[in-house]
Design a protein around this ligand. Structure first.
Ligand code: ADP
Ligand code: ZN
Ligand code: ZN
Length: 670
């Protein structure tokens, strides 16, 4: 019997798929995963993804017909269709939203001419490919244990202190997959990290490894996609979006820095967690997932403790390099004696001087960009803030403007305070830009660079900053979390963490875990080779429990304490959370709708529903926000709860109200 109907997903925010008729001339060529053009709404040639082909006519209407079929090169394979549908279901995204993330945009489709750009990356001469270094005793044991554990676990967590040689183990495991003819994916949380590691990988993989992320040109992305699909590209180094590449046969996914929250996509939907999605993708391919970190997420550590993941530990650095010396510098006691040199304790200044004197390098970490997080009128206390978002403006001295970090709006500094007419606004707090200015004043002859969102807008900027630092052309590198991970520099010995307090006191149940991870990661950059590193942590709260654990590099103590708290208060990994965000431009309408929505949910889920509550930032780009949290403990079925929530979202949307109400779900929010 001829299969003359196809269920098709259209890249718009609607639930489900649409049934179309397949014209006879296309019937032989059509398959699950084909991309077709169809009439949809006002459009006569909307793109659609075929998710099933069958012979059951739709009930109650005559379907429209498919118009055209895109070339095979544009289509996705069966496994990728399964993956797209799983993401849609698990993360409560419309299938069309996931399709948009997975299917290349028009300018990356085959048949579309793209202006040729000069290739910026070196092409690799396959003759130069060299064997990886042989693993030492400790690494070999870890390598063999990982392989053993893969025989009865889909995922293994490799917990290895910074610079323990994890990457070297990944390389060996990846080469093994290639030898078996399978493909591998090596994931990193940020584009900036791919630039340093790709050269190291190309030495061993030559032309069979490619890089994939959003900063590539459309032509380069298209080329990677084509080679992944035809199987000539065996290994990919990429960020979270590389999960949607058309792999034929993935044997292994490595998720490096698996604890990193950048793996979670927040906007737009699908709001997926690339680490967790990677495990599903591996399962679809019958492959394995290796999670690696010096500071695993509590979720992964908990999964490993419960036996769901294999667990392998590396407790020493490669070559027995010592872990860095950790020093806490109390900003209050120094402040009282007015020994602080602007934002720097004497301890930190001395350490920097000493390093510079020995021709060594320094990293200064401040998790805030801009000059100062806010301005204030010293006379009346007025703080200028964005009128569309409920946040204060960050002052950027370099451009002479105040910038909203939520919507990007910028404004010139007012010459007088609109509240009291006072003429001097003072800066409060400090960001990377201010640190840079002050360091240049204190160390006028040293070479200083800054790496944050503002200095890396150009495509190759971050690669340049890092290669300058690697080449020794920079002495002091100042940066945000962009410089906290993965980087490996021989002469870097001193790391300064300028303000530990703003991390630890962030209002979030993960704040302590995150602070530990961030401090441990950034300290891990210091003294990775022969010289022992030194880390100076500035804080006004030196006896804080997290600092005591960081000082001893005691990850397990941090885990024990934090897991107890999570269990006590019902947070992940002991529950699953769905965060619902309700938005409206009118505050009263929002309050009414959010309360109603929570009420609908509460009727079925009772005390598992919390809120509605205003988030820390209650207004972004003129939209007021309220959040409702659904906590799913072991007494509930996550998929049933999601179904319930989905239905409730639809009923609340259907009620005619004033203006537009937006609700979105964030499953496993970070
Ligand atoms: P991690 O990924 O755990 O931070 P790396 O794999 O980057 O650690 O290793 C840290 C340093 O030790 C790197 O400079 C790396 O080249 C070196 N190294 C690790 N394993 C070996 C090995 N088996 N032989 C030679 N050098 C190694
Ligand atoms: Zn004033
Ligand atoms: Zn704003």
């Amino acid at each position: 019997m001829q299969k003359e109907f196809a269920d098709i997903v259209i890249p718009v925010a609607v639930s489900g798929s649409f049934t179309y008729g397949i014209p006879p001339e296309l019937r032989g060529a059509m398959r699950r995963g084909s991309i077709v053009t169809v009439p949809f709404g006002q459009s006569s040639n909307a793109k659609g993804l075929v998710i099933s082909i069958h012979s059951t006519p739709p009930a109650g209407f005559t379907p429209k017909e498919i118009i055209g079929l895109l070339p095979e090169e544009a289509s996705v394979n069966d496994r990728l269709v399964d993956f797209i549908l799983w993401i849609s279901d698990y993360y409560m995204a419309y299938p069309g939203e996931v399709m948009k993330a997975a299917i290349p945009p028009a300018d990356e489709l085959p048949g579309v001419r793209v202006a040729k750009r000069k290739r910026s990356s070196k092409t690799y001469n396959p003759g130069e490919v060299i064997m990886p270094a042989s693993l030492n005793e400790v690494q070999s044991v870890a390598y063999n244990t990982i392989r053993d554990m893969f025989s009865d676990h889909e995922a293994v967590l490799l917990h290895g202190v910074t610079s323990s040689g994890k990457t070297e183990i990944y390389i060996h495991l990846m080469l093994e997959q290639l030898a078996q003819g399978r493909q591998v994916l090596y994931m990193l949380p940020e584009i900036a990290l791919t630039t340093q590691i790709i050269e190291r990988l190309q030495r061993h993989f030559g032309d069979s490894i490619g890089v994939f992320h959003s900063r590539l040109t459309p032509a380069a992305r298209r080329e990677v996609r084509r080679r992944v699909s035809d199987g000539t590209l065996k290994a990919v180094l990429g960020v979270r979006s590389s999960l949607f590449l058309p792999f034929r046969d993935l044997g292994l996914i490595v998720v490096d820095e698996e604890h990193d929250s950048s793996y979670k996509q927040y906007d737009p939907a699908p709001r997926y967690h690339a680490r967790d999605a990677a495990m599903m993708l591996s399962r679809i391919h019958g492959g394995k997932t290796l999670l690696g970190s010096a500071t695993p997420s509590l979720e992964s550590y908990h999964n490993a403790s419960a036996g769901r993941f294999g667990y392998v530990e590396l407790t020493t650095r490669y070559g027995d390099v010592m872990m860095p010396e950790m020093i806490v510098a109390d900003t209050r006691s120094f402040g009282r004696k007015t020994k602080m040199v602007s934002h720097f304790t004497p301890r930190l200044i001395e350490a920097i001087e000493e390093a510079l004197g020995k021709n060594e390098q320094v990293i200064l970490f401040q998790n805030r960009r801009g000059f100062s997080p806010y301005l204030m009128c010293p006379d009346c206390g007025w703080v200028p803030g964005c009128t569309s978002c409920s946040v204060s403006y960050t002052y950027h001295k370099g451009i002479g403007k105040m910038v909203c970090h939520y919507c990007g709006k910028s404004m010139k500094l007012p010459s007088v305070c609109p509240g009291c007419g006072s003429e001097a606004l003072t800066t409060k707090g400090f960001g990377t830009e201010k640190i840079e200015e002050e360091i240049r004043l204190i160390f006028p002859s040293s070479r200083v660079a800054r790496m944050d969102q503002d200095t890396t807008r150009r495509r190759s900027a971050s690669a340049e900053i890092l290669s300058d630092f690697a080449a020794g052309a920079t002495d002091i590198l100042i940066g945000t979390q962009m410089i906290s991970k993965g980087l490996d520099f021989e002469r870097l010995t001193v790391v300064g963490i300028l303000d530990a307090d703003n991390m630890m006191h962030f209002p979030d149940f993960r704040a302590f875990e995150r602070s530990f991870q961030l401090m441990e990661q950034v300290s891990g950059r210091a003294g990775r080779r022969t010289r022992r590193g030194k880390v100076i942590i500035q804080t006004a709260d030196p006896s804080h429990i997290i600092l005591r654990q960081v000082l001893k590099h005691d990850y397990k103590a941090m885990c024990r304490v934090q897991l107890e708290e999570r269990s006590l208060f019902g947070y992940p990994p002991f529950t699953k959370i769905i965060r619902l965000s309700v938005r409206h431009r009118d505050l009263d309408e929002l309050n009414v709708s959010a309360a109603r929505f929570a009420e609908i949910l509460r009727r079925q889920l009772g005390s598992h529903v919390l809120g509605p509550e205003f988030p820390v930032i209650m207004q972004v780009q003129k939209w007021y926000i309220k959040t409702i949290m659904v906590k799913i403990d072991s007494s509930l079925s996550p998929s049933k709860v999601k179904e319930m929530v989905r239905k409730a979202m639809e009923t609340e949307f259907k009620e005619p109200r004033k203006g537009i109400l937006r609700i979105h779900a964030d499953v496993d929010p970070q």
